[in-house]
Design a binder for this molecule. Structure first.
Ligand SMILES: [Zn+2]
Length: 456
C-alpha cells in the first residue's frame, strides 16, 4: 500500500542519502491524493448483489463462444448475450439525461489461421459523453465472449463466469453508478467480442478510434477479476494485479536507453496514477503493479489499445486457477474443471469494480496531462521543466523519484506557471514527471518530459 511504500522509501532515502549526489527534502514527500466526495459516493454504490445477478444472467446463455451466434430471440449463444448486455446499458442510459449512448461495433472477421470460417464479431460500446468536447476518452473494458477447452467449440457449455463474465459485470455496474454523474472527459464502457480467438473486437474498435482521430487517454482493461482463491488455496481477497507494458509502440530504443525512460511509458505512468487513485478511495486494497504487458507471454484487450499507441493497462485477480479457465465442465482424476459461478467471490469482484469506478471517474474528472519538456540547453545542477498551459488546469505539480524507484516518491506544487526549476536536483540522478491539477484538486496522470535539446 502507498503508506507502506512511502515509509520504505523514506527508509531507503535515509540509508542512501549520503551516497546520492543530491537529495530530496522530506517536505516534498508524496502525499496521498485527495478524495472527491462525488467519486467516493459512486464507489460506495457498487453492489456485489448486482454483480452476482449480472454474471448469473451471462452464464445463463450457456455459451458465449464467438461461433455460437444464435438469433436475438434464442436463449443460448453469443448474440442473445450481446443483445441482453446492450439492453442493460440502454436501461442505465435513462439515468444519464441523454448523455449515455449505446452502439454495436459489428464486422465480419474473415477466415484465418485459427478461424475456420468468416464470423460476425460484435462488441457492445456504451459512451458517456463528457462535458469538455476537447478531451479524449477513457475506456473501461472487458470481453463478453467465452470459451471451453476447444476455443472454437460453439456447442458445449462455456459459462465464462470469471473469464470474463466477472469483468462484463464490473463494466455494467460501473456504468450504472457513473451514468448520472458529469465528468470532463468521455468515459466508454466496452464489452468486446472475439477476445479468445485473437483480440478481434478490441483490435477493430481501437483501430477505428485511431482512424477517426479520437485520443484514448487511458484504457483500463479488466479480464479475470472475480476469484479471490488461487489454485493452491491462496486467499487474496484484498489483492489485485495491475499489468502495464514497458515500451510504447514504435519507440526508438536507442533514445529510450540514452535518457533512461524505459520505465516511464504511458502505460507505466497510468498504472502509477491508478495505484494512487486506488489507495485514496479503497485503502484496504493492495494494487500490485506488475511491470509487464500481461501474464508471461499471454495477452488481453489492452494490447489492442497499446498497438494503436494508447496507454493501456489490465487488472487481473491476484491468484488465478487454471482449472477454472478455458475448460470443459468435467470431473477428471478427482478434479472439477470449469469456469463456473461458484468460483466467483462477488464481494471481491465488488472491490475490484469499485477500484475501476474510482479510476475512470478520477481520470475523467482531472484535467488532461501536460506535454512537458526538460531543458538540456546547457549543463546544469538544477532541473527545469517547460510546457504549454493546459486548458482547465489551475496549477501543476512536479513529481520525481530516484531511477531505481518503482513509483513517484516526491512531489511539489508549483502553481499556475508554464516553467519551473527544481533547484539542487539533477536530471542526471532523478526521474521527473509533471501533472496538471484543477481547482478542486483532481490530478492528471504524470507525464514524462522529453529533452529539449541544445540550440532549441
Ligand atoms: Zn479473458
Amino acid at each position: 500500500m502507498m503508506r507502506r511504500v512511502l515509509g520504505f522509501t523514506t527508509l531507503l532515502t535515509l540509508m542512501f542519502c549520503t551516497l546520492l549526489p543530491s537529495r530530496s527534502s522530506s517536505a516534498d514527500e508524496m502525499a496521498p491524493l485527495s478524495v472527491d466526495p462525488q467519486i467516493a459516493a459512486a464507489v460506495a454504490k457498487v453492489s456485489a448483489d448486482n454483480l452476482r445477478s449480472i454474471d448469473t444472467r451471462l452464464v445463463g446463455f450457456g455459451t458465449r463462444n464467438l461461433f455460437s451466434e444464435g438469433s436475438t430471440n434464442s436463449k443460448r449463444g453469443v448474440f442473445p448475450a450481446r443483445d441482453w448486455i446492450a439492453g442493460q446499458f440502454r436501461e442505465i442510459a435513462k439515468s444519464s439525461g441523454g448523455r449515455l449512448s449505446v452502439a454495436l461495433d459489428t464486422f465480419m472477421q474473415p477466415k484465418a489461421d485459427r478461424i475456420p470460417r468468416a464470423v460476425e464479431t460484435s462488441s457492445v460500446i456504451a459512451t458517456l459523453k463528457g462535458d469538455d468536447p476537447q478531451r479524449g476518452i477513457i475506456v473501461m473494458s472487458s470481453h463478453y465472449d467465452s470459451r471451453n477447452s476447444d476455443g472454437n467449440d460453439p456447442i458445449k457449455d462455456s459459462p465464462g463466469a470469471d473469464d470474463n463474465g466477472s469483468a462484463v459485470s464490473a463494466v455494467i455496474e460501473a456504468a450504472r453508478v457513473l451514468a448520472p454523474l458529469h465528468f470532463r472527459a468521455t468515459i466508454v464502457f466496452a464489452c468486446f467480442d472475439g477476445e479468445e480467438q485473437g483480440l478481434f473486437g478490441s483490435a477493430h474498435y481501437a483501430k477505428s478510434l485511431k482512424d477517426l482521430g479520437v485520443k484514448v487517454e487511458a484504457n483500463v482493461n479488466n479480464d479475470i477479476i472475480g476469484a479471490s482463491v488461487g489454485h493452491g488455496g491462496e486467499q487474496s481477497p484484498h489483492d489485485v494485479r495491475l499489468f502495464s507494458e514497458a515500451l510504447p509502440k514504435d519507440t526508438a530504443l536507442r533514445r529510450i536507453n540514452q535518457i533512461g525512460s524505459e520505465n516511464d511509458s504511458g502505460a507505466r505512468e497510468l498504472a502509477r496514477t491508478l495505484k494512487e487513485i486506488d489507495f485514496a478511495y479503497l485503502p484496504e486494497m493492495n494494487v500490485n503493479l506488475i511491470y509487464r504487458s500481461d501474464r508471461f507471454l499471454r495477452g488481453g484487450d489492452q494490447q489492442s489499445f497499446a498497438d494503436q499507441g494508447f496507454s493501456a493497462v489490465r487488472y487481473v485477480e491476484q491468484h488465478e486457477n487454471y482449472e477454472h479457465q478455458h475448460q470443459d465442465i468435467r470431473d477428471e482424476n478427482g478434479i472439477h474443471y470449469g469456469d463456473q459461478l461458484q468460483y466467483v467471490d462477488f464481494a471481491y469482484l465488488g472491490r475490484v469494480t469499485a477500484l475501476n469506478v474510482a479510476d475512470v471517474a478520477a481520470l475523467a474528472s482531472a484535467p488532461p496531462a501536460p506535454v512537458p519538456g526538460i531543458s538540456n540547453r546547457e549543463l546544469s545542477y538544477d532541473s527545469t521543466l517547460e510546457w504549454a498551459a493546459v486548458p482547465s488546469a489551475a496549477s501543476y505539480e512536479i513529481v520525481w523519484r530516484a531511477t531505481y524507484e518503482p513509483v513517484w516518491t516526491h512531489a511539489r506544487a508549483i502553481g499556475n506557471v508554464t516553467t519551473a526549476t527544481i533547484k539542487g536536483l539533477s536530471k542526471d540522478d532523478w526521474i521527473f514527471g509533471l501533472r496538471s491539477v484543477d481547482a478542486a484538486g483532481h490530478k492528471s496522470v504524470a507525464a514524462y518530459p522529453q529533452p529539449i535539446a541544445r540550440g532549441s
